[in-house]
Design a protein. Structure first.
Lengths: 94, 336
């Protein structure tokens, strides 16, 4: 059996002005094929105006096992949110 | 497209969980159970019990195989579609089925099983697919009936899967369900056109088609709840949300009304409204036929599998050539 085609992650921008959003993955032999297949598989109904593909093995991700410790430092910094500050009513919409 | 109640594809139970477990594993299991109970989604890299992983690989891959094999009965009519419009619609639908298969294979792969392993399970006959695709498509009307009844039954099955606890599967299902409604509507519209504007022969063709597909369609929901060995665990895990019998009843109640609009009869003399239950009663389902088809002895099982295996084998040189081409391009780029 020959080697499997590598796996790619697909990101689609649904319309100008919005972010590219991850929408799935697919197997393709090379970048050109990955872009073409991404169009066929993920944008059959004009869901996109731009598509990115990235080799899955090139993505570095945070470890879900460390989720609690890794994101915890942000949990007690309530002063980073505007709602932390109590201001006079007359300033309500600041 | 088309799931069957996939936990019922074999009569055997999955391996029961190992009784001896470390304290770490028990703690992880408790945390996992709590997340499920709280209605949280499980992502690919999260810890999950082996049994949950195996159940999902089996269900998602069988679902994917069904989408892919499901292209065969409809592909049969592409070159013989009566008009260019119907041909374009059928092509788009079959292409959707391929897309659905690919979303689902990708979701199954997140659980650590490779695409080739998944294909191999199909080609060796180890993995099942929805038994409905082992019936032949004998007339053009079957293209409409498959859309109306088979896709209709699939939608009933699939909508609850959008809330499946395994997030990559749920996300694939959201995408699939969004596309599925076109499949059912085009089928119904095709049949309606023949029933309202067609010749007597065309009307008879529609009725014959409905007669052949009705019972296999309601079998798509899987065996009765009392004979559905893995259902309870799947319900507890949030992989399955509504039981086979409840979904089947919901489908029948909806379809009887649609058949009236279409002007066809459904081939079940016991089908009648039950005022007390507020549901339609229906006749006994031939479960021997169901198990026979699941077991490999349906009208087209061998033909379908052979078509998939030869497509895979005949494509081998293409897969190799594409990889060789990519390697050559990489080498040339490095040299430049």
């Amino acid at each position: 059996m020959s080697a499997e085609w590598p796996l790619w992650e697909v990101f689609v921008r649904s319309k100008a002005g919005l972010d590219h959003k991850h929408c799935g993955s697919l197997h393709a032999a090379d970048p050109q094929m990955a872009i073409q297949l991404a169009r066929d598989v993920y944008t059959r109904r004009q869901e996109g105006t731009s598509v990115w593909v990235v080799r899955s093995d090139q993505i570095v991700a945070s470890d879900p096992g460390d989720k609690a410790a890794f994101f915890d430092p942000m949990a007690d910094k309530v002063y980073r949110h505007p709602t932390f500050y109590e201001l006079p009513k007359s300033l309500d919409h600041m | 497209m088309y799931t069957q109640a996939m936990d019922t594809m074999g009569k055997e139970r999955l391996d029961t969980p190992k009784p001896v477990r470390s304290t770490d594993e028990i703690a992880l299991q408790e945390k996992f159970d709590a997340r499920i109970d709280a209605g949280e989604f499980i992502e690919a890299k999260d810890w999950m019990p082996d049994h949950y992983r195996k159940t999902l690989v089996r269900q998602i891959s069988q679902h994917a195989h069904s989408e892919i094999v499901g292209m065969l009965p409809e592909g049969n009519w592409i070159t013989r579609a009566p008009t260019l419009k119907r041909k374009a619609i059928l092509l788009a639908k079959v292409q959707d089925e391929a897309g659905h298969g690919l979303y689902l294979y990708a979701a199954a792969e997140t659980l650590g099983t490779s695409r080739d392993q998944l294909y191999d399970a199909l080609h060796s006959g180890k993995a099942k697919y929805s038994s409905i695709f082992n019936y032949p498509t004998l007339s053009w009307a079957d293209m409409g009936t498959i859309g109306w009844l088979v896709d209709g039954a699939a939608i009933m099955n699939q909508v609850p899967l959008c809330r499946c606890s395994y997030a990559p599967y749920a996300r694939a299902m959201v995408r699939i369900c969004r596309e599925e409604s076109f499949h059912q509507r085009q089928g119904f519209e095709s049949l309606l056109t023949m029933m309202q504007k067609g010749t007597d022969a065309q009307k008879a063709m529609v009725q014959d088609s409905v007669d052949r597909w009705w019972w296999p369609s309601i079998m798509m929901f899987g065996p009765p709840d009392t004979e559905s060995p893995n259902s309870e665990q799947s319900m507890k895990w949030g992989i399955k949300r509504i039981s086979n019998d409840d979904l089947r009843q919901k489908f029948i109640d909806a379809t009887v009304e649609q058949a009236k609009i279409l002007g066809v009869t459904l081939p079940d003399p016991d089908l009648r409204w039950n005022e007390a239950r507020q549901h339609y009663d229906f006749g006994a389902i031939d479960w021997n036929e169901f198990w026979q088809v699941v077991g490999g002895d349906g009208p087209c099982n061998r033909e379908r599998l052979a078509a998939r295996v030869s497509a895979w084998d005949d494509g081998e040189w293409v897969r190799e050539a594409a990889m060789a081409h990519a390697a050559k391009n990489d080498a040339m780029q490095e040299a430049a």
